[in-house]
Design a protein. Sequence first.
Lengths: 351, 616
Amino acid sequence: MTYLVKPKLLWDEAPKNALGYTKRDYEGAISTLCAGCGHDSISAAVVQACFDLDIQPHRVAKLSGIGCSSKTPDYFLGNSHGFNTTHGRMPSVLTGAALANRDLLYLGVSGDGDSASIGIGQFAHAMRRGVNMTYIVENNGVYGLTKGQFSATADKGSKSKRGVVNNDSPIDLVALALELGASYVARSFSGDKEQLIPLIKGALRHQGAAFIDVLSPCVTFNNHAGSTKSYDYVREHNDAVNRLDFILPRDQIRASYAPGSLRRIVQHDGSVLLLRKLDTDYDPSDRVGAMNHLQERHAVGEIVTGLLYVDSSGEDLHRHLNTVEKPLNQLGDAYLCPGSMALEALNASLR
Amino acid sequence: MKANKPIQSCNDFVIKFANVNGSGSASANELFARAIMRMGVPVAPRNIFPSNIQGMPTWYEMRVSAAGWLGRRGGCDLMVAMNPQTWDRDITEIASGGYLVYDSTKTLPHSRFRDDITVLGVPLTEICNREYSDPRQRQLFKNVMYVGALTALLDMEFAVVEKLIADQYRGKDKLIGANVNALKLGYEYAKANLSCPLGLRVERANAVGDQIFINGNDACGLGAVYGGATVAAWYPITPSTSVIEAFTSYCRKYRTDPDNGMARYAILQAEDELASIGMVIGAAWNGARAFTATSGPGISLMQEFFGLAYFAEVPAVIFNVQRGGPSTGMPTRTQQSDLISCAYASHGDTKHVMLFPEDPYECFTLGAQAFDLADRLQTPVFVLIDLDIGMNDRLCKPFDWDDQRRYDRGKVMTAEELEAGKNFGRYLDVDGDGIPWRTIPGTHPTKGAFFSRGTTRNAYAKYSEAGTDYVYNMERLRRKFETAKKLLPAPIVQRASKPSRFGAIYYGSTGPAMAEAFALLESQGVHVDTMRVRGFPFADEVIDFINEHDHVFVVEQNESGQLRMLLINEGEVDPKRLIRVLHYDGTPITAAFISGRIADALAEHKVTPIRKKVAS
């Protein structure tokens, strides 16, 4: 971690977004993670995505569990409320928060230990409920704060820093999210911000459960030969199916591409996901096809990245519960309390 | 055993129904209880049921008491034995001189009966088979038919039961006719073939007044609606499930937007208890009033989250409908055994607010108040009831609500206050009461955001590992709990007719039995002042009450004396002065048990009751 405090002064020409905010308005406290940690790149990508999307920082609620990744919400969006909950239980707290106020953007940040080990149950159930959120797992296959134990996403046969071989089968959270009905599923790499930033933007503007698995190497405990989550390994085996350009409704699509090389998906809010195909056969609206593709590539040691699945119908938990448009936390007494007259009638029916 | 004189009693006896669960008997039994109540005579029914869906024994025990005693009495004056599985023990349980009503379709040998009871056979199956062809009807109407027979045997007003059926099935006229017909069949058979009435009789009285008849879980659900809860997250567990069922149906009734049919509430069945309390905490952190309902095992699972809510200071309301523990324990029996696991839930130094409603009326009022307290104190509030209150219909005061009352949302800083430059430190004790100010996410673009966490932080919510910050925070939390004492419902004291060196402290579902025991002891010339505790942390009056008396009985329904432990610990009371009166076999405590234990203990302490003077 760095001990240098960023200067408060800004140079005049710092770019501003439509709200008049500079990127600094989206930053948070100084990171306490190790120098070179992939997680800091993800935090920077979140800052960039929110800046580009002109999101009012206080309209975001950022929640996390416990672990290195879960510390990061302190390091971005300092003007947003944040909640560092208990280990593996962020999804339930986020779900409750989302029920209370449907108008905020919910950003859940978790790690592979937090979501695939202790919290796999809550991860699974938040996905299947279609909670309207962006759920990012900063996946490094290892427990950092407790010094290098394998997590449940560590590949079978991968080696720890001390040379121990992992014999357990890995959990692929992307495959799980697809299986459980998440409506926006992506995988990316913290070392590839060109790929990651648009994926985060698309997720933030997606209505429903959006999940991004971000491979984020642990420079201290899992960046050696024999690890399948090291910078080198991920770079060599990154098998991207597409590249995403995220276009806000107000922007015009200018780029032109060869016919058949582009897939255009309009999200529920009018934003456009422009997908440049790298694998011409890959169809991000085919959930079963996506699951097959993942399994096939994983079998040969490749890591599939890109926007893997999207369903832009806008289904989400609030729609399923048929809750009123006004956030529940803003309903006044008169909307909530039936009053004494109703009680008298009820009393009469109980005699 | 030879013929004791049959028991003679008007409006004061116990009837027990022995049934098979899943046979539809519950609604018939309840109908019968309501009929007695409609005749102005108080009844206190209790369901004794198995953890099973169909086929196991279940009992419905009904105390009829003109005096209005609603605690369990024990014993059985009239048994309606409908379950061959439990026949022998059911017959044994009848008091000498008591009565047995049974299905006499199949002849039973003399040896299966007793000579000292009155045996009343009604060929229920035979009549049903004659009258109905559908097997389900044969089963269901058998139950209504024995209600009819009892109506005749106990000299009740047929028209009352008939009207009750009409009320119950209003709008489903076909069902009214069929049920009344079955009722008549039983009634007429008894009138023609049995000597009606028995020594036991129900006579019209005026002892019910305007009381209502409802169970505690329904009342908790209603309290949550009136308390302004908008988010409920839960996981099914006996005996708390019906709290959520009630909340759901009251919400549908009272919280559906009339314009578009949309819900002004969100109810989510979580994947487990951990998730349900997590959702509650998330919703409350985000400014909604939220609650869960659970029972002992759920409380165990939620421990870590209770610590987070305590330390991060997030409101939450937990209805804990207690059952027999530890572990799965006696899941369908009653106990008050979660006090300790709630009072100090979670690791580290924690303490939690608890409320102890006595009956459905208080389930409603304290249930609603719990949301104000949680918001005001920014901490979890546990509403502790038990199966006896939660799952049995009970006569109680009618519900009331002051329309002038506004929800107390506690110290929530608004966008205007932040804009005006009010100093905001999430964990800063500005007012000296230990309660800091909070902001709701989304309030202001640049001011008032903070990061909630379970780790130590300074008064401005910044991460800190400094001992001084930690201590500041812990001392403030202690002050907050001093403040809590003054906000909780006050204990209720009943003084004996003569000054006494002895007191008794009790809470929750022990209330009705204790009230009766008090009267019983008074009538024996034994004087004991009583205090019903309604909240934790204890008000100073509770400790003062103990100090006023040489000895205080602590009456509760668990094995280890959990309230007593809390009194000793929190009030620094000499343990020798607190005498345990403990009942924990899963049945509700009785007045006879309490008064017996107290009288025995007083005898040991060589206290001679002041006998009433006999006229010379």
